[in-house]
Design a protein. Structure first.
Length: 151
């Protein structure tokens, strides 16, 4: 939904953009480990206002230039050889990582970032190589973002 505000000689369109998703659409699964960083596709979409998140690719594509905030929470089963980790990327470049290595029990990691994005910039998460990530109907592993304000 767009809201239009009229100012003398200025037309400003405020786009509403927000999404929140968990890794699995159904069931329970531990993903990985993989030999290289692997794109995570968050398939259980709770909200996708503005349709900027694509649950088929895992990509968020900025529809307007602005300041955006993203958060991601990663859960994995503890393992002596396999950590739990994911990195947030902007146009394929690593920005922030959430990483935990717990030899037993569960491992939780989280991070967040505010970024200035241009129209068409792509944000997504990659699973860290050699790591394991778990999700279930409890929605342990999530990815969310929203437009703070257009610029």
């Amino acid at each position: 939904m767009e809201m239009t505000i009229f100012f003398p000689a200025l037309l400003l369109i405020l786009k509403r953009v927000a999404f929140s998703a968990s890794l699995l659409a159904s069931g329970a699964e531990t993903v990985g480990p993989f030999n290289s960083h692997t794109t995570l596709v968050f398939r259980h979409v709770v909200s996708n206002i503005g349709n900027a998140y694509n649950p088929n690719t895992g990509f968020f594509t900025a529809p307007v230039r602005g300041a955006y905030h993203f958060e991601f929470y990663i859960y994995g089963p503890g393992h002596a050889s396999h950590p739990t980790g994911a990195v947030l990327t902007k146009n394929g470049a690593h920005i922030f990582i959430a990483y935990e290595h717990q030899p037993t029990h569960g491992a939780n990691a989280a991070n967040g970032v505010t970024l200035l994005l241009e129209v068409g910039d792509i944000i997504f998460l990659r699973q860290w190589q050699n790591s394991r990530i778990h999700d279930s109907q409890n929605r342990h592993t999530t990815f969310s973002g929203h437009l703070l304000f257009p610029m």
